[in-house]
Design a protein around this ligand. Structure first.
Ligand SMILES: *Cc1c(COP(=O)(O)O)cnc(C)c1O
Length: 211
């Protein structure tokens, strides 16, 4: 995939997104050259799911305005590195990890999305909808974490995007002050945006197939 191709893909995807929707370029298992091509094309936010791989990239290709989003499964022995190198964690669903991230974080608070297992899939992490409010309240005990919203990775072709949007709206009506609903990937971002997503996480449609 050439630089021009990545630039074109970004342009095309952005032209399809309403201006209130943030595009996260999911760069997991993509080369540093491709990431730099996306940065040169003006892309500022990147998503990674492996801590070690991400930290190397962050050290090589960072910039003042560049934001890194952790979108993978959290592990206790990686929380310090995440707190040190990332701007957002989109996959929080345990208080143990919340405490570890909070304890390790310095400077600005870490932006947090709660991952919701919206389709009750055994293979996926995330909280059940019934647990999200209590968890969101518990996060108030952690001053270095700033709860921004919710994230999900639904089953193919489910109506999960609409159920997530309802949960998001209900929580805001209850006073949670969430501003970010992260849903939509290469294959389904159109439907996610239609349902009310404010952040899409797109990898292969920007960078091509992963290594
Ligand atoms: C890999 C990944 C994506 C991007 O997937 P594509 O299908 O390549 O767009 C988005 N979100 C999460 C959590 C991922 O792990």
């Amino acid at each position: 995939m050439t630089t021009a191709r990545i630039e074109n893909n970004l342009k095309k995807i952005k032209s399809q997104l309403p201006c209130n929707v943030t595009l996260i370029a999911v760069s997991k298992r993509q080369s540093i050259e491709k990431i730099q091509a996306a940065m040169a094309a003006g892309q500022l936010a990147f998503g990674e799911n492996q801590v070690q791989e991400a930290v190397e990239k962050i050290q090589r290709a960072s910039g003042e305005k560049i934001q890194w989003h952790f979108i993978g499964t959290l592990q206790s022995n990686k929380t310090t590195l995440i707190a040190e190198h990332f701007d957002w964690v989109q996959s929080l669903c345990s208080l143990k990890h919340a405490k570890r991230l909070n304890d390790a974080r310095k400077d600005r608070p870490l932006n947090i999305l709660i991952q919701v297992n919206i389709d009750h899939e055994a293979s996926k992490s995330g909280l059940d909808v019934s647990e999200v409010r209590r968890f969101a309240k518990a996060l108030r005990d952690f001053p270095r974490l700033k709860l921004r919203g919710l994230m999900c990775i639904p089953e193919k072709d489910s109506d999960a995007f609409y159920r997530m949007k309802s949960l998001f709206d209900e929580m805001n009506a209850e006073g949670f002050e969430l501003d970010t609903l992260s849903m939509g990937m290469s294959d389904d971002y159109g439907r996610a945006v239609e349902a009310g997503s404010t952040m899409v996480r797109i990898g292969s449609a920007i960078f091509g197939e992963r290594a």
